[in-house]
Design a protein around this ligand. Structure first.
Ligand code: ATP
Length: 312
């Protein structure tokens, strides 16, 4: 009798921006305690998971050439982690993952983490594992600190290494313009540069996250704009001095405020509304300070099945 091959499953998954990112001092083990507020944005990757005689990872789109397709790809690591969890490691050899990237690679927007989250949801659906999102989040946390957030989306406070999440109420939709840089920045290098800057002096540190939570609840972009802050910004700018010019250009183009997203180099500009975001994007495109400009809004939901039931 012929085995029935399940149809491919496609998942859409959002990028994140950090509205607030406070980085503790390096611990003995080299890690930093983080307090961060993530927002999921309408800039997405699409991940298709299928049973195939040609297992592996295939990448298309934004930055495809700089994404590894071997076992180090985070999406493939997600396949292996789920196979182990579900005690079906042999089945992983029959899986193909196709990534369609809209999220810039090494852009500080957690694109690789998003792909891992999408793969967990897609593969658990393909294999009919019937896992709750919280159970998937447990596996996600073993893959990287930004992976659980990509499953849940919305707006959330992250602590620990960013993986312990509490949802944050965010009223209304916020409108963003994103400026992608020519090349990515390595996250470990940016943390290393922050450690170096802190040994040499006293780079600025963001305050408490509490006012950011209040601004999100108020839904007022002007209030939120005053509070955007990222301890990694000084380090990202130190490694990529041109970002200073990009940040200035966004504000000159009419954004309320700009911030480096996560470890950079993507810059995120908060705007008063959708129309203003389009105007800022048009002007920033012509300023010659970045590779590509995109508009996006947030918060949006986390990883979701495309065209199907998505309630694990
Ligand atoms: P972070 O989560 O640290 O903010 P980032 O958003 O800056 O990460 P990613 O796009 O996640 O950066 O990629 C970081 C590195 O991870 C890339 O340079 C790439 O070599 C590797 N990588 C592994 N898997 C993937 C993937 N599925 N998509 C993109 N990059 C990947």
């Amino acid at each position: 009798m012929l085995a029935v091959v399940p149809p491919p499953v496609t998942v859409r998954v959002p990028a994140k921006v950090n509205l607030h990112l406070s980085v503790g001092d390096a611990r003995e083990d080299g890690y930093h305690e983080l307090t961060t507020i993530f927002q999921a944005l309408s800039l997405t990757d699409e991940v298709t998971v299928a049973v195939s005689e040609e297992p592996g990872v295939e990448v298309h789109g934004e930055g495809e050439k700089s994404v590894p397709t071997g076992p180090e790809n985070l999406a493939w690591r997600a396949v292996c982690a789920l196979a182990e969890y579900a005690e079906r490691p042999a089945d992983a050899d029959g899986i193909r993952v196709v990534l369609r990237k809209g999220i810039p690679v090494a852009g500080g927007m957690a694109g690789g983490s998003a792909d891992a989250a999408a793969t967990l949801l897609g593969l658990s659906t393909l294999w009919r594992l019937d896992l709750a999102r919280d159970e998937l989040a447990g596996i996600a946390a073993t893959l990287g600190s930004d992976v659980p957030f990509a499953l849940y989306g919305g707006t959330a406070l992250g602590t620990g290494r960013g993986e312990q999440l509490v949802p944050v109420l965010s009223r209304h939709t916020f409108h963003w313009v994103l400026a992608f840089d020519q090349r990515g920045l390595s996250t470990p290098k940016v943390f290393g540069e922050l450690d170096r800057l802190r040994e040499a002096g006293d780079p600025p540190r963001v305050g408490s996250h509490a006012p950011v939570v209040e601004a999100l609840a108020s839904g007022d972009p002007r209030q939120l704009a005053l509070l955007l802050g990222n301890d990694l910004q000084a380090a990202a700018v130190s490694l990529r001095p041109g970002l200073r010019r990009t940040l200035r250009a966004g504000v000159n183009a009419g954004a309320l405020a700009g911030t480096v997203s996560g470890s950079g180099p993507t810059c995120a500009f908060l705007c008063t509304g959708a129309e203003s975001a389009l105007e800022v994007a048009a002007e920033l495109s012509g300023a010659g300070v970045c590779r590509t400009v995109r508009v996006a809004h947030g918060p949006v939901p986390g990883a979701r099945l495309v065209g199907g039931d998505d309630t694990p």
